[in-house]
Ligand binder design. Structure first.
Ligand code: Z5A
Length: 218
């Protein structure tokens, strides 16, 4: 008799997607959601900032205004605390596969490496906001800054972060490199300057290896 393969994880999975502007997170999240849905998984697509009604208001403030650095950090933490409580934890309890466009690594990369906010303070804020909820897998879509910003600029009006200097975005990318080095067990680098289909191929392999095991059993 063939072994039956569960189509729903026993507990939910939490996958975050990270990277600089224009890395392709939105595009790849959509493709990954379709791929997993076709396999029978219940998928929840969400994002930070702005994954809740309160978060939508915070997102407007964060992306449209130049704020003091600590204020910015606190607002991202408020957005995340609400998101974790109202969306992420309930979804995991319902055995969903969460695809989250940005999470705590964005705060380390942008507020920490980009803005220069103290790393310990960021760690404390992330801990308060998440109550320890960490992604099972983080897909870091890595593109050279020039490539990411050219893609982002192609969409029109720029927000606060997109208007930052090239040096700022290079520091953010270095922040992701540091995180990839620190957390190799959960963070996978994806070469995201390649064509969309080739980026997705790397992502589907990474998800298969992490969740379905070496057998590729799906
Ligand atoms: N932020 C923060 O500072 N601290 C925090 O803790 C958190 C966030 C949580 C949210 O921006 C901002 O919040 C972000 C950091 C800050 N900074 N900014 N700006 P957002 O959510 O509005 O946007 P984003 O996360 O930066 O994503 P994005 O700019 O929309 O890019 P993306 O989602 O990674 O890419 P995309 O929309 O899929 O693709 C962009 C374009 O490129 C589009 O036209 C695609 O068709 C094209 N594309 C995508 N992939 C490819 C490939 N492979 N080849 C060619 N063209 C492609």
């Amino acid at each position: 008799m063939m072994a039956s393969v569960p189509m729903v994880p026993m507990t939910g999975w939490f996958i975050s997607l990270e990277g600089i502007e224009g890395a392709g997170k939105t595009t790849q999240t959509r493709l990954l959601a379709d791929w997993l849905t076709q396999k029978g998984y219940g998928v929840l697509v969400t994002h930070e900032p702005g994954g809740t009604p309160l978060g939508q208001s915070l997102r407007q403030l964060l992306l449209q205004h130049k704020l003091p650095h600590r204020t910015e950090l606190l607002l991202y933490a408020a957005d995340r605390a609400t998101h974790v409580t109202e969306v992420l934890k309930p979804a995991l309890q319902n055995n969903k596969v969460i695809l989250c466009d940005r999470y705590t690594d964005s705060t380390i990369a942008y507020q920490g490496w980009g803005r220069g906010v103290d790393a310990t303070l960021i760690e404390q804020m992330n801990q308060v906001a998440t109550e320890g909820l960490t992604p099972d897998l983080t897909l870091w879509l890595d593109v050279p800054v020039a490539v990411g910003l050219a893609r982002a600029k192609g969409r029109g009006a720029l927000d606060q972060m997109e208007r930052e200097s090239l040096a700022f975005h290079e520091r953010v990318r270095q922040g992701y490199q540091y995180l990839n080095h620190q957390y190799p067990e959960r963070m996978v680098r994806i070469a995201a300057e390649l064509p969309i289909e080739q980026v997705f191929q790397q992502i589907s392999l990474a998800v298969s290896a992490h969740f379905f095991g070496a057998s590729g059993c799906q």
